[in-house]
Design a protein around this ligand. Structure first.
Ligand code: GYE
Length: 400
C-alpha cells in the first residue's frame, strides 16, 4: 500500500465531501460501483489506492450524514420509489489494513442502491466506543438490519441488548463477539482464525523438516494483531500451541495493531533488542509490509533461507499486495483470510427476509500461498490443505 498516494487522494476526496458533495446513499453506491467495476486483474496498487480513498471519503460522508440525521432527531428511513429499500446499518472497524479495504468494498458493492439497499456505513476508526455510538444511531434510525464487524470480542452485551429490545436483527461479520447470551445476535459469518494459525504453524514445522532445521534453532517473534480481536486471539493461540508442541523459541510477542506503521515500529525495536530472530509471524499483511521495511532498513535480508541468515516473514490475509510480496520472496508464506463477506451477509439477510433461520455461525473456506513448493500441503485435524505457489497468474485470477 502506498501511503502517500492514499493520503493525498483522501485529502482531496474528503475536501469534496466536506464541501457537501452527494448524499450518503449516492456517494456510498458510486464508490462501491467504482471499486466493484475495477477488474480483479487491474487491482494494482494505484487502483487499490483510488478505491481505498473513494471508500474512505464515502464513509466519511455517510457517517457524517448519519450523525447529522441523528443529531436533528430525524429517524425516517430513506426509501426508493417502490418502497422496498432495505436499510442496513454497518459498523465497520476502521480502515487499518488492505484486508479491511477489500472487506469494505465488498460490503458497499453488495449493499448498494442498485441492489435495493440503503447502506448507512460507519467507520469506527478502531474504537469500540465509536461502534457503540454507531449502533445506537442505527437503532434510533430504525434500520432494518444492523451489521457489526466488532473491533474486539468483549463489551457488547449492553448495546446488543438495546438492538434486540428494538427488534432489529444483528448480524456479526468477520471477528466474533463474546456475549453472555447468544440470542443477542442473529448470525455470524467469518474466518476460523485459530485454524489459520494452525495451518501456518504446521507449514513452518514441515518447512523445518524439509530443510533439516532443528526446532531449537527457530527463534520466532509474534507480531500480534489488535489485542482482543478474534483474528489476533486465534492466530496467537495457533502459534502458542505450536511453539509448545514443537519446541521453537518464542523471542517476542507484541501487538503491531494490524497496521504497517506500528508493524515497522515494533520490528525496529525488536531488531535492537534481539539479535537472533529468524522468523517473524505477522498476524496480517500490513504488519508484514512494516516488518519488511524495518528489517531491510537495519541492513538485514528477508527471505526463506533462515539457515544462512535470512529473516523469514510469515503473514495472514493474502491480499493483492501481500501475494505480490510473496512473488518477490518478501513474504514466504501467506495464509489466506477471505474478506469478501458482502454476499455472505446478504444471504443471511435473504434467509431472514423469507422467514428462515440462518446458520448461527458460518466459517469460510480459505487457502494458503507460498513462495515455493517446499511444503506442498499441510494437515490439520486430519484434513489436508493445499499450499499454492504464488505466480502473477494466480494473483490475476483472484477477486481481491
Ligand atoms: O486479518 C486484518 C484486519 O479481522 C480478519 O483485521 C480481520 C483482520 C485482518 O485488520 O488485516
Amino acid at each position: 500500500m502506498k501511503k502517500k498516494v492514499i493520503s493525498v487522494l483522501l485529502a482531496g476526496l474528503m475536501a469534496m465531501s466536506l464541501a457537501g458533495c452527494g448524499s450518503s446513499a449516492t456517494t456510498t453506491s458510486s464508490a462501491a460501483a467504482a471499486s466493484s467495476a475495477a477488474p480483479a486483474a487491474a487491482a494494482s496498487t494505484t487502483a487499490a489506492a483510488v478505491s481505498t480513498a473513494a471508500a474512505a471519503a464515502a464513509s466519511t460522508t455517510a457517517a457524517s450524514t448519519a450523525a447529522a440525521a441523528s443529531a436533528t432527531g430525524e429517524t425516517e428511513k430513506v426509501k426508493t420509489a417502490d418502497g422496498k429499500t432495505v436499510t442496513v446499518g454497518f459498523s465497520q472497524v476502521g480502515a487499518e489494513s488492505d484486508w479491511r479495504t477489500a472487506n469494505t468494498a465488498s460490503m458497499k458493492s453488495t449493499f448498494s442502491t442498485k441492489n435495493g439497499y440503503n447502506l448507512i456505513f460507519d467507520d469506527a476508526q478502531q474504537k469500540q466506543e465509536n461502534q457503540i455510538t454507531a449502533i445506537r444511531n442505527f437503532i434510533q434510525q430504525e434500520v432494518d438490519y444492523i451489521v457489526l464487524a466488532p473491533v474486539t470480542e468483549t463489551g457488547w452485551d449492553t448495546v446488543l441488548k438495546e438492538a434486540k429490545d428494538a427488534g432489529i436483527p444483528v448480524i456479526i461479520v468477520d471477528r466474533m463477539v463474546n456475549v453472555s447470551d447468544d440470542s443477542l445476535y442473529t448470525a455470524w459469518v467469518g474466518s476460523n482464525f485459530e485454524l489459520e494459525g494452525q495451518k501456518a504453524t504446521e507449514w513452518l514445522n514441515s518447512f523445518c523438516t524439509a530443510k533439516k532445521i532443528k526446532a531449537t534453532d527457530i527463534h520466532i517473534a509474534d507480531m500480534q494483531g489488535t489485542i482482543g480481536a478474534s483474528a489476533q486471539i486465534g492466530r496467537t493461540n495457533g502459534l502458542n500451541a505450536a511453539v509448545k508442541k514443537y519446541g521453537w523459541n518464542m523471542v517476542a510477542q507484541e501487538t503491531g495493531e494490524f497496521t504497517q506503521a506500528k508493524g515497522q515500529e515494533v520490528m525496529e525495536s525488536w531488531l535492537k533488542q534481539y539479535k537472533n530472530i529468524n522468523v517473524v509471524y505477522c498476524e496480517n499483511d500490513n504488519e508484514a509490509f512494516g516488518a519488511y521495511d524495518a528489517i531491510t532498513a537495519a541492513g538485514k535480508k528477508v527471505g526463506s533461507d533462515i539457515a544462512n541468515g535470512d529473516i523469514m516473514i510469515m503473514s495472514f490475509d493474502s491480499t493483492n499486495a501481500g501475494l505480490t510480496d510473496v512473488t518477490k520472496g518478501v513474504i514466504t508464506l501467506d495464509t489466506e483470510c477471505n474478506p469478501l463477506h458482502g454476499p455472505r451477509v446478504q444471504k443471511i439477510i435473504d434467509t431472514l427476509k423469507s422467514g428462515g433461520t440462518p446458520d448461527k455461525k458460518a466459517y469460510v473456506d480459505e487457502e494458503m500461498f507460498a513462495v515455493d513448493n517446499t511444503v506442498p500441503s499441510v494437515k490439520v485435524d486430519g484434513k489436508d490443505y493445499t499450499v499454492t505457489v504464488v505466480t502473477k497468474d494466480v494473483i490475476a485470477k483472484r477477486a481481491y
